[in-house]
Design a protein around this ligand. Sequence first.
Ligand SMILES: [Zn+2]
Ligand SMILES: [Zn+2]
Length: 254
Amino acid sequence: MSLTHLQIEEILDENRAHECDGYGADHICVRIASIAELPSRFGQFQVVAFWNNRDKEEHAAFVHGDITGAENVPVRVHSECLTGDAIGSLRCDCRDQLETSLKTIGKMENGILLYMRQEGRGIGLVNKIRAYGLQDKGFDTVQANLALGFRDDEREYSSAAHMLDSLKVKSIQLMTNNPKKIEELKRYGINITGRIPLVIPPNQYNEFYLRTKAEKSGHMMTFGSETRLFEQSDLPIVEGMTNEQIGALHQGEV
Ligand SMILES: [Zn+2]
Ligand SMILES: [Zn+2]
């Protein structure tokens, strides 16, 4: 069962008047602005659109099943990547991560995907494309990474934490390969009862992960010279990776 019409009306009424001190250093406060049914190729979802008091970015939650007051709800926090998510770019594997999360959640009893509108680790599309352009011109990945910048983690997790509270989830199991994400969400009072590793299926494009190692600066390099930038805050695990390779993923990651 998903949210009924009555529950939706109640939530919208409560959120219309919602005000709080906000989460995190930036006092992020979000409100649920609208809710609708969203049948998808990954199963039956409801989409919940959020307003926030900071950057006016319209974050969204994609909700499967009954989550109100629920315990141990599987949750994925995904950052927007226009080029990967919508267009299928192979410069990153955001789309693999997004599809795998939605497929997994769609098959479960319930679950939530938080879609955070922070393109290119929060620096926006234009700056992300500038970083791509630098790479195309032969700039090394460190320079391109600097141009891409690093996501403001605090802001990301404070919005996500507030969104989960707005959805009245009691406790969650976070779908992530990054233990740091769990710590960050816990800091904002989210009750995390477990972690679900995000394992993406191998295909001709991500097969190179199986042969790569993590570099200190947080990017991966093939044995050739091909490099990729990582736009999601956790590195993917591809089916078939050895424990050693998985263990190496987060070495040196901030
Ligand atoms: Zn609030
Ligand atoms: Zn991407």
